[in-house]
Write a protein that binds this ligand. Structure first.
Ligand code: NDP
Ligand code: MG
Length: 384
């Protein structure tokens, strides 16, 4: 049995990971569950999976949760306890399913203690790609991608020499506004943005999918996972979300990974790797797929991708600035403080205001995250 920790168990990825565990009860022992504030769902998860350790990062939520006792389960609360949960004794693989920059410190802690990472929290790799990949190499830790596109690259690359990669063809659904003009996006509502055509995900990543910031984060994520140059990563819009990504090799061959759009598949592969096991995901029926189409992304309307390439190519602290400003902007959009297209203004403002520090330390990144958030908040205050 593989001993696993799930950080962010109450989210979209976390709950689907627990579904994978339900289908493969012989394969996994859930040693640690950790979440932020969803007491009700977390309580049910702890009752069902009986981990050795259960942590809620939010203090008030923890207070409510810890009023109950669970036999054989150690309880802990607060931000530091959430970080410490990442190096729980005996755990072999940590699934990072929390959202945003909050994933960075626990991920570093897990790597430092030699645990393999099933990485869903892409923000971590975007913000601290150099640091994380170096650390993982030094500690002999595997970073197994959960993101469906990167899971596809990972599968396409099994048995291949990464030096023979010509191009990574990163597919994108295009989000709910594919084909729309800037004018048509002026007054889109939160509800419009959250209506993703192919995937059901947490709110933050769903907004990121609509701005194409998510695809931008994935470009940077792919760069660090596979060590290619930015000009070797090409985004291809594929609205059906059946081809999860493709690798073009030096002989012109392209290998693609196809499956129904169901995150349980890449989650399971990351957790069971190198084994491939039966899954609850329904295989594709080619008689029901009318067509698979591919098109070029509109990077002039959906600036998220453009900003990400700029941030990634510059490197240093700029991807951290990009990510922090985006997190602030997405929250402001979701709370009705700014309009959809203003998300780009916030990111642009933060990225063009900051000097870049190259080869940043963890402390530099934490400081940059704080400063970029402050700048973004200030900009939103002034504009609204
Ligand atoms: P959700 O918003 O659905 O869930 C986020 C999880 O993180 C919840 O368990 C939440 O706890 C917890 N959390 C939030 N903030 C904090 C914090 N400050 N400290 C500790 N825990 C926190 O997100 P998703 O599951 O959609 O996404 C998670 C990560 O996976 C993201 O990085 C995303 O980019 C990535 N990802 C997601 C995909 C998807 O299909 N959803 C696909 C590919 C990648 P609580 O709910 O208890 O407050
Ligand atoms: Mg993805």
């Amino acid at each position: 049995m593989k001993k696993i920790a799930i950080l962010g168990s109450t989210g979209s990825i976390g709950t689907q990971a627990l579904d994978v565990v339900r289908h493969l009860p012989e394969e996994f022992s859930v040693e640690v569950l950790a979440a932020n504030s969803n007491v009700e769902l977390f309580t049910r998860q702890v009752e069902e999976f009986r981990p050795k350790l259960a942590v809620l990062a939010d203090e008030a939520a923890y207070k409510k949760f810890s009023a109950r006792k669970f036999q054989g389960v150690e309880l802990a609360g607060g931000r530091q306890a959430f970080i410490d949960a990442a190096d729980f004794d005996g755990v072999e693989i940590v699934l990072t399913a929390m959202s945003g920059f909050a994933g960075l410190e626990p991920t570093i802690k897990a790597i430092n203690s030699g645990k393999n990472i099933a990485l869903a929290n892409k923000e971590t790799l975007v913000v601290a790609g150099e640091l994380i990949t170096k650390l993982a190499k030094a500690r002999g830790v595997k970073i197994l991608p959960v993101d469906s596109e990167h899971g596809a690259f990972f599968q396409c690359l099994q048995g291949e020499d990464s030096r023979t990669i010509n191009k990574l063809l990163l597919t994108a659904s295009g989000g709910p506004f594919r084909g729309k003009t800037r004018d048509e996006l002026l007054n889109v509502t939160i509800k419009d943005v959250l209506a993703h055509p192919t995937w059901s995900m947490g709110k933050k990543i769903t907004v990121d999918s609509a701005t194409l910031v998510n695809k931008g984060l994935e470009v940077i994520e792919a760069k660090f996972l596979y060590g290619v140059d930015y000009n070797q990563i090409q985004v291809v819009v594929h609205p059906q979300s059946i081809v999860h990504s493709m690798v073009e090799f030096n002989d012109g061959s392209i290998i693609a990974q196809l499956a129904a759009p169901d995150m349980r598949l890449p989650i399971q592969y990351a957790l069971t790797y190198p084994q491939r096991l039966p899954s609850p995901v329904k295989p594709l029926n080619f008689w029901e797929i009318n067509s698979l189409t591919f098109e070029e992304p509109d990077v002039e309307t959906f600036l998220g991708l453009k900003f990400a390439y700029e941030a990634g190519k510059e490197g240093g602290t700029l991807p951290c600035t990009f990510n922090a400003a985006n997190e602030v902007a997405v929250n402001a959009f979701l709370s009705g403080r700014i309009k959809f297209l203003n998300i780009y203004d916030v990111i642009y403002h933060a990225m063009s205001s900051r000097l870049v520090t190259h080869n940043p330390t963890l402390e530099d990144l934490i400081a940059e995250d704080i400063e970029a958030r402050r700048l973004a908040e200030e900009f939103i205050e002034e504009e609204t």
